[in-house]
Every structure is written in C-alpha cells, then in structure tokens.
Design a binder for this molecule. Structure first.
Ligand code: ATP
Length: 237
C-alpha cells in the first residue's frame, strides 16, 4: 500500500502573472488523477510547483504521514515522488542505460536497482535493444519512454507526468496509455497532466479541469467524459 498525497492551496505567480491559484487536490493511494486544460491553463506550473521547481505558495503538502510542505524540489524523489517533465529532458549525450541508471541516484542497493532496470526493460523492450545508443539518437516516442523509465528507476510510489503524449503518433500514444495503465494496476499512484483529455479519461479515475490558473471543475473521469461542456471544449465533440 502506498500513501495519499494531499495538496492544499497551491499558487504560482510569475511576476504579475498568476499561473495557478489556490489549487487543492488529493490523490488516494493507488489512484490515478488527471489534470486537463487548454494550453496555458496552469497545468505545468502546478506540477512544477508541487516539485518545488518554481517559486510557489502553498498551505500544505502531505504524502502519507510526511509533511513535504518545506521539502526542496531536489529531495522530492527521496520521498517517493517521481517526475516526468514536459519535453522529456533526457541526457542526449549519454547512452540510454546511463540515463536510466542516473534515475536511480537516490538508491543505495545496486541489486534492487538492477531489478528495477530489468522491469523497465520489460515494460519498454525497445529501450533494452537501444541500451547502448545515445539518448539523443532516439525518436521522440522512444525518448518519452526513456523519460518514464528514468523516473521509474527511483522506485517511486507516486509518479507525476507532464504531457507524456505531446508530439507522439496515435500508435505511440496508445502504447504509452497501455504502460501507464499497467503501472497503475500494479499500485503506482499517478498525477497525469495532459492537454489530451481523451487519453486522460482513459488512464485516470478522477480529474480536475483547469482554466486560467484555477480549478474550474472536478469529477470522476467518466462523469467528465459525458459532461456536455467538457465534450465540446476538451473532446471537440
Ligand atoms: P501547456 O499545456 O502549454 O504546458 P499549461 O496549462 O501547463 O500549458 P503553464 O505552462 O503552467 O500552463 O502556464 C500558465 C501561465 O503561466 C501561462 O499564462 C504562461 O504564459 C505563464 N507562464 C508559464 N511559465 C512562465 C514563466 N516562466 N514566466 C512567466 N510566465 C509564465
């Protein structure tokens, strides 16, 4: 069993721009929560703020019985939170396997790390095939797999994913959906930020809809999928 993440009153301002305003949510153990919204709605800022990567104000962040409100971003991974940033940010000049092993930098036991490496290769066989290639030589989809694999290498209990579908072909998007569902079924909690509402509803049980930096709607993914406003604005139906 893993822990619940409780975020209360998260706000981000860049100079005069409020990118996220008083955002609160809970991710239950093993749950997959989505945040959807248009370009610029504040989704990425919310995730980055949660990871302590941009200046923020927040009333509290709790993960199980740990108070993470004042934990700096670089330490979040030590508390069991993995992060797959928008745009992947793999290390292009390093081989695939080295990128993966760098994801395990907080772990002390080599044996356990190598077991996780095997699990990642099982999820993404193409990464095993390409283990010796430079990450920069991979396709966009393969780099996305590498970014997810690298985050898994820290053995997180909660994984934050920022737009994993961005720029990928429909086939690759469906491969990524399959992997995310499998990870969630294995008990990994997830926070998935996406412009692709269709994908998000498939992978998550509940979602927030962000508009202009604030939470405009919340509900089960199923109820939002059927909501006429959501269908029109986010599903283009
Ligand atoms: P996208 O889907 O494009 O990533 P988003 O919903 O994630 O969009 P954010 O990237 O969080 O939205 O942006 C929210 C608002 O904050 C936007 O108005 C954006 O222009 C602004 N913003 C984001 N980053 C910065 C920054 N570093 N400096 C100033 N303004 C920023």
């Amino acid at each position: 069993m893993t822990d619940a993440l409780e975020v209360d009153g998260l706000s981000v301002r860049y100079g005069g721009v409020t990118a996220a305003r008083d955002v609160s949510f809970t991710i239950q153990p093993g749950q997959s929560l989505g945040i959807i919204g248009a370009n610029g709605a504040g989704k990425t800022s919310t995730l980055k703020a949660l990871m302590g990567l941009v200046p923020r104000t927040v009333r509290s962040v709790r993960f199980g019985d740990q108070d993470l409100t004042r934990v700096p971003g670089r330490d979040m991974v030590r508390h069991g939170i993995g992060y797959v940033p928008e745009g992947r940010h793999v290390f292009p000049g390093l081989p695939v396997e080295k990128n993966l092993l760098l994801g395990a930098y907080t772990r002390r036991w080599k044996g356990a790390t190598l077991d996780t490496l095997d699990e990642v290769y099982e999820l993404f066989p193409i990464l095993r095939e390409m283990r010796g290639r430079l990450a920069g030589a991979l396709s966009g989809g393969q780099q996305q797999m590498l970014a997810i694999g690298r985050a898994l290498m820290s053995a997180p209990r909660l994984m934050l994913l920022d737009e994993p579908s961005m720029g990928l072909s429909p086939k690759l998007v469906s491969d990524i959906v399959g992997v995310l569902k499998k990870l969630n079924e294995r008990g990994l909690s997830m926070l998935l930020v996406e412009q692709n509402a269709q994908l998000t509803f498939e992978v998550t049980t509940e979602c927030l809809v962000m508009e202009n930096g604030a939470v405009a709607m919340t509900g089960t993914s199923e109820s939002l999928r059927q909501n006429p406003q959501v269908r029109k604005i986010y599903l283009g139906l």
